[in-house]
Design a protein around this ligand. Structure first.
Ligand code: BDP
Length: 710
């Protein structure tokens, strides 16, 4: 068990459970075109049932006499005379009806039929043989993955920005790899959780993706993913007309530039007829963009929107992550958190109708806790897509267990109260609140060639849960986790309880040992974003600041005295954050600059809370290796050992975090810990007290912790 099959193992159920299953005698997949998702669904069902129940069912493409599992679109069912109830399916939705001798899996489109099939298989794999009859529709039309894969045309094998599981499955040495087996396996995983699109290259895009060899390569990627209903798109570099096309400008209103992008779009369409769209990072972190040419961001987005418009329903995902990473630290009012609303608020209504704005969940950058980006709510005439991260860039880079759905649900369930009306983020990104046709979800996943996909078996619960939540954001995070666990490791109660307990403890613990009260992840901001480095939080151009000094800490983001950020929310929410008294403790230092001795609602001072929380969080991480021991012998040795190794590492690293942060603030504030733990490390053996008598070079695992990444 090396993790390659993730939650799609189709492991055989115990014999007595297998016997209890009564399923139809054959499979009918109402499309025999080999690249069609319905055909794929038939094959997948065959494979799954063979694995789970050890039954080898025949697959036909036209109705048979015997009892069957029939898969098809509503149209195909209508044509072949299958009786269906009145259905109200949305795009990609499905109807699933399971009765002893007949199972109907009906998609609004081909993709929907495939999703329904995976749902049925998921039930069988969990030994759930209940009869059901229901419709299921996705919450939003856009449910995409972003990969930040580089082309690496200077030689090495496709690296991945903020990827922690080996090199790219898509690129190597400036080209698209020949063998796309992993790519279709990836699409297989995506389809099984209802994801329907992917951007394959880094948002910091390499123009060479658009050369003619790579255009053909993109066609091959799209072909590999199409049978799974996954549509492919790419990130674009705004300057391509200059750097690749040798034009003198990339001005979005220049005729030559418009023509150039039009030709690129035509070319792309020729290779990828069902091209999904383009993702654009512009005028951010030194990337070029329309502002460089004194044009608006909307001009930039519409340039691409018009280029792709003639070729089907492809869309532009324009990122709201626009800011200058050389923020002047001496300007007390400067605040990176203000950027998205400042840039985009006045552009509402100026984007073409095939543009959506992709907004990171918080105003800064995937921190362990952020308030919801206030931009959700300011775009009423343009669809919003929420950007999440499965890759744990700031959250332990998959070397730490952090189950993310509780964080995501905090965001999705937040009420922006736009115009004093209920405005949950999940209803904004479903398109419902502002009546948008295009809206949804994108997650930076960054799988790599490691057989476990993310470099850590347990991290895969985040990927699985991402798809499940994008489909139905009200789903319960614990039951999603339990489904994932049963599918990935089996149904033993001890396994489920152990993984659930650790996972549900993991985000709060991580927040506690890395940075609490809304101060953000106190990590190495200017470098790898890994490990503690509170001293990097100030004096950097990225604007991720704590403004800590000897007496006080926190960013004053109020309107009356600070950067004005809290005023970007709508009245009720703005008023809550404006006032220290009504700001929740977990975001206190995000919004306010307070003395270390400020009392929290718990009665503790800020600094004592800091000390205690870091001890508490690290103490929880200490229990993980022990908790994990409970599953020894209940799961395969390979995955048991690999997870044990990471949990052991996390337990140690949590101590490093705890002591680094606590010592740093003790040093800065000179306020003693009430329990006198901080600065006191009786059990620690300092490096200075050791003697080095030579060293041996070893293969480091996980590789990303090694020098030079090898
Ligand atoms: C930050 C990452 C950086 C990305 C950037 C982005 O550190 O690698 O390029 O976001 O999202 O989180 O564009």
């Amino acid at each position: 068990e090396n993790g390659i099959d993730a939650w799609l193992r189709y492991a055989a159920l115990p014999c007595d459970v297998q016997k209890a299953a009564s399923i139809p005698a054959g499979i009918v997949a109402l499309n025999d075109t080999k690249t069609s998702p319905v055909y794929t669904a038939g094959q997948e069902l065959h494979k799954g049932i063979l694995g789970i129940l050890r039954k080898d069912l025949a697959v036909a493409s036209t109705p048979t006499n015997g009892s069957s599992i029939t898969i098809g679109t509503v149209d195909a069912f209508t044509l072949t005379g299958g009786a269906l109830p009145e259905l109200d399916l949305k795009g990609d939705g499905f109807w699933l009806s399971i009765k002893n001798d007949s199972v109907q899996i009906v998609g609004q489109n081909e993709r929907g039929a495939l999703y329904g099939t995976f749902q049925y298989l998921s039930m069988l794999a969990q030994g759930n043989f209940t009869e059901v009859a229901y419709e299921s529709n996705p919450s939003a039309p856009i449910r995409w993955v972003n990969q930040w894969d580089n082309m690496d045309d200077t030689g090495t094998h496709g690296s991945i920005e903020r990827g922690y599981a080996g090199p790219s499955i898509f690129f190597a040495e400036g080209l698209i790899v020949e063998d796309l087996t992993r790519v279709s396996q990836y699409a297989h995983l995506m389809a099984s959780i209802g994801l329907n699109g992917i951007i394959v290259n880094n948002v910091n895009a390499n123009v060479n993706l658009l050369n003619s060899t790579n255009m053909a390569g993109l066609g091959r990627i799209a072909d590999a993913m199409r049978p799974w209903g996954v549509r492919m798109g790419i990130s674009l570099n705004f300057d391509s007309p200059r750097t690749l096309g040798k034009l003198t400008t990339a001005d979005p209103l220049d005729e030559g530039v418009i023509q150039w992008w039009g030709d690129i779009a035509t070319d792309l369409h020729n290779h990828v007829p069902d091209f999904a769209g383009v993702l654009v990072k512009a005028n951010s972190e030194s990337q070029p963009g329309p502002l460089t040419y004194n044009r608006t961001l909307a001009d930039g987005a519409n340039l691409f929107a018009r280029a792709i418009k003639p070729h089907g329903d492809a869309i532009v995902m324009f990122r709201a992550f626009v800011y200058d990473n050389k923020i002047n630290q001496t300007n007390w009012k400067a605040d990176r958190a203000n950027a998205a609303v400042d840039f985009f608020r006045d552009l509402d209504g100026k984007f073409d109708d095939n543009v959506v704005v992709q907004i990171k969940y918080g105003p800064i950058d995937f921190q362990v806790r952020e308030p919801v980006s206030p931009l959700f709510g300011h775009l009423e005439q343009t669809g919003s897509v929420i950007e999440l991260q499965v890759t744990q860039e700031y959250l332990g880079q998959q070397c730490h267990l952090v189950y993310l759905p509780p964080l995501w649900k905090t965001i999705l369930n937040f009420d922006m109260k736009v115009d004093n009306k209920p405005s949950l983020v999940r209803d904004i990104v479903s398109g419902e609140r502002f009546n948008q046709k295009l809206a949804g979800y994108a997650a930076v996943v960054n799988v790599g060639t490691n057989t476990s996909w993310l470099g850590s078996h347990l991290a895969m619960s985040n990927f699985y849960a991402y798809g499940r939540l994008a489909w139905e954001p009200t789903s319960d995070d614990v039951s999603i986790l339990e489904d994932w666990t049963r599918l990935t490791f089996g149904s033993d109660r001890t396994i489920i309880d152990t993984i659930t307990k650790m996972s549900m403890e993991s985000w709060p613990a991580h927040e506690n040992y890395t940075g609490n009260l809304g101060i953000q992840s106190l990590t190495d901001i200017t470098g790898p974003h890994y490990g503690p480095k509170p001293q990097s939080q100030d004096g950097n151009g990225w604007g991720q600041w704590t403004r800590a000094d000897a007496n006080s800490i926190g960013m004053d983001r109020t309107v009356w005295n600070g950067t004005g950020y809290s005023g970007q929310y709508f009245s009720e929410v703005a008023a809550m954050y404006e006032d220290v008294e009504t700001t929740p403790d977990d975001l206190l230092l995000w919004f306010h600059h307070v003395p270390y001795t400020q009392k929290l609602k718990s009665g503790k001072t800020v600094i004592q809370h800091f000390y205690d929380a870091h001890y508490d969080g690290a103490a929880v991480a200490q229990t993980f290796p022990k908790q994990w021991e409970a599953v020894k012998g209940l799961i395969d040795t390979e995955r048991y050992e690999e997870v044990a190794f990471r949990l052991e590492y996390q337990a140690g690293h949590a101590l490093v975090w705890r002591d680094a942060i606590n010592d740093f603030y003790f040093n800065m504030s000179s306020i003693k810990d009430e329990q006198d733990r901080v600065g006191n490390h009786p059990w620690r053996i300092e490096a200075e007290d050791m003697e080095l008598d030579g060293y041996t070079v070893i293969q480091v695992d996980p590789f990303e912790t090694a020098s030079g990444f090898h």
